[in-house]
Design a protein around this ligand. Structure first.
Ligand code: THG
Length: 367
C-alpha cells in the first residue's frame, strides 16, 4: 500500500532483519517502534496459532525498569493493584491510571527482586510518567528503558518447543511467572505469558545485538512442530476478549469499564495514583462497560481507523472499538464500549462506512 520511511525516531526491533527475511508484509507502530502485523497468510497464521505454534516479534512490548531502594514503593504508587503479595519471579497484569482514574497503560509487572521491577508496557509513554512521579515524590529509584525485547511463542505446541530449548523446568512455570537464564550465551528471561489465549511463553531477549541469532535458534528448534512466523493475532484476541489499550480505550476510560475491575484493589494506600478517583467511580457505578458485538452478514468487513457509533432505537449508546472476521464463528465480531443500560442480548445497529449493520450484544470472551 505504502512504505515506511526509516528514521532514528522509529526504533527497529532486534528481530527486524529476521522478520524481513521470513517475509513480513505489514507493520503497525507501537511505542515508537514497528511491529509485524502480517506475514501474508492471515488465515494460515491464525490456524497455526490455534493448532500449532507461532513465533512473534513483540519487541515493542518495552520494559520500563524501576531499580533502587524505592523501586517497590514506586511500582505500588503507579499500579492500582495490590502488589504486597507479589513474589520475586512473579508477574502480574496491572492497571496504571492517572489521577482521574483514567487508564493510561495496562502492563505486565515483573518483579525481579525487591529492588528491581519491569513494567512490560502497552502503547503509551510510561517511562516519562514514572520518572516524573519518582521525582515529585522524592523517591530513590532509577527509571530506565533497558535493552530488553520480548519474542513470543504462542499456541498449544509452544510448550514443547520452549522445553526443547530451555529444558523441562519450563513445563512447571506458573502463569505469568518467569526466570532468568541463557541459551547459547544469549541472556534471556523466560515467562509463561503472551497476548493470546492459546497458551505460550515470552522470551525476553536481554541483548539487542543477538536478535537474529535468537530468532533463528527458536525457528530451528521449532521445526519439528512446524513453527512459523506470526504476530499478535487480531482475530484470536477479539474472539478471546483481550484488551488493546489505545485501540479499545479512549481519554476517559477507567479500568472498571474495560473488565479490569478485578485488577483494582480499592483498599491500597491513598498515595496510589488514581485510587481516590477509582473509589468514587466504583461507588457511583461506571457509566460504560465492555461487551462483544456479533454482527450480521457473512462477508468479512474492515474496521479502518476510527470507532463506529452503536445505536439502539436510533440513539447513540456507545462505540464499536474493533471488528474482526472470526474464522471460528464465521461472523464479524468486535468489542462495544457501551452504556451500562445496554446488556448482552440487546439488538443494536452499527454505522460502518456509511452503512448500518445489525448486530447483537454478547458477553466477552466470544470463545
Ligand atoms: N506481554 C508482555 N508485555 C505486554 C503484553 C503482553 N505489553 C503490552 C500488552 N501486552 C499489555 N497488555 C496486556 C493485556 C492483556 C494481557 C496481557 C497484557 C493478558 N490478559 C489475560 C486476560 O485478560 O484474559 C490474562 C490476565 C490475567 O489473568 O491476569 O494476558 O502480552 N510481556
Amino acid at each position: 500500500m505504502f512504505g515506511i520511511t526509516p528514521s532514528a525516531r522509529l526504533r527497529p526491533s532486534p528481530y527486524f532483519e529476521a522478520t524481513l527475511a521470513d517475509g513480513v508484509t505489514a507493520f503497525t507502530t507501537y511505542n515508537h517502534m514497528l511491529m509485524p502485523t502480517s506475514f501474508g497468510h492471515p488465515e494460515e497464521e491464525y490456524w497455526r496459532l490455534l493448532k500449532g505454534v507461532s513465533m512473534w516479534d513483540v519487541a515493542v512490548e518495552r520494559q520500563v525498569q524501576l531499580a533502587g531502594p524505592d523501586a517497590g514503593r514506586l511500582a505500588q504508587i503507579l499500579c492500582t493493584r495490590d502488589l504486597s503479595q507479589c513474589k520475586v519471579g512473579q508477574g502480574k497484569y496491572v492497571a496504571i491510571c492517572n489521577h482521574a482514574g483514567t487508564l493510561i497503560n495496562d502492563p505486565i509487572l515483573l518483579k525481579h527482586d525487591p529492588n528491581k521491577y519491569w513494567l512490560s508496557i502497552a502503547d503509551s509513554n510510561i517511562w516519562f510518567w514514572a520518572r516524573a512521579i519518582a521525582a515529585e515524590r522524592g523517591l530513590d529509584v532509577e527509571v530506565s528503558e533497558p535493552d530488553v525485547s520480548p519474542l513470543a511463542l504462542q499456541g498449544p505446541k509452544a510448550e514443547d518447543v520452549v522445553a526443547s530449548i530451555f529444558g523441562d523446568w519450563i513445563r512447571t512455570l506458573k502463569y505469568f511467572w518467569f526466570r532468568e537464564t541463557s541459551i547459547a550465551g544469549i541472556p534471556v528471561a523466560v515467562a509463561r505469558s503472551g497476548w493470546s489465549k492459546q497458551g505460550g511463553f515470552e522470551i525476553y531477549l536481554m541483548d539487542g545485538a543477538q536478535g537474529t541469532r535468537l530468532w533463528n535458534l527458536v525457528k530451528e528448534a521449532g521445526k519439528p512442530w512446524d513453527i512459523g512466523p506470526g504476530n499478535p493475532n487480531f482475530c484470536e484476541r477479539v474472539e478471546s476478549g483481550l484488551l488493546s489499550y489505545g485501540g479499545d480505550t479512549d481519554e476517559a476510560t477507567n479500568p472498571f469499564e474495560v473488565r479490569m475491575g478485578k485488577y483494582v484493589d480499592l483498599n491500597v494506600a491513598d498515595d496510589v495514583i488514581g485510587i481516590k478517583a477509582l473509589r468514587r467511580i466504583h461507588a457511583q457505578g461506571p457509566t460504560r462497560h465492555q461487551l462483544g458485538v456479533l454482527l450480521e452478514g457473512d462477508e468479512p468487513t474492515s474496521f479502518g481507523f476510527r470507532w463506529h457509533p452503536i445505536r439502539v432505537d436510533g440513539s447513540k449508546v456507545g462505540d464499536l472499538t474493533n471488528c474482526a472476521w472470526s474464522y471460528r464463528l464465521k461472523k464479524n465480531i468486535g468489542f462495544a464500549l457501551i452504556s451500562t443500560r445496554c446488556a448482552a442480548g440487546t439488538p443494536v445497529e452499527v454505522s460502518m462506512e456509511g452503512r448500518s449493520v445489525r448486530g447483537t450484544l454478547k458477553e466477552l470472551p466470544f470463545l
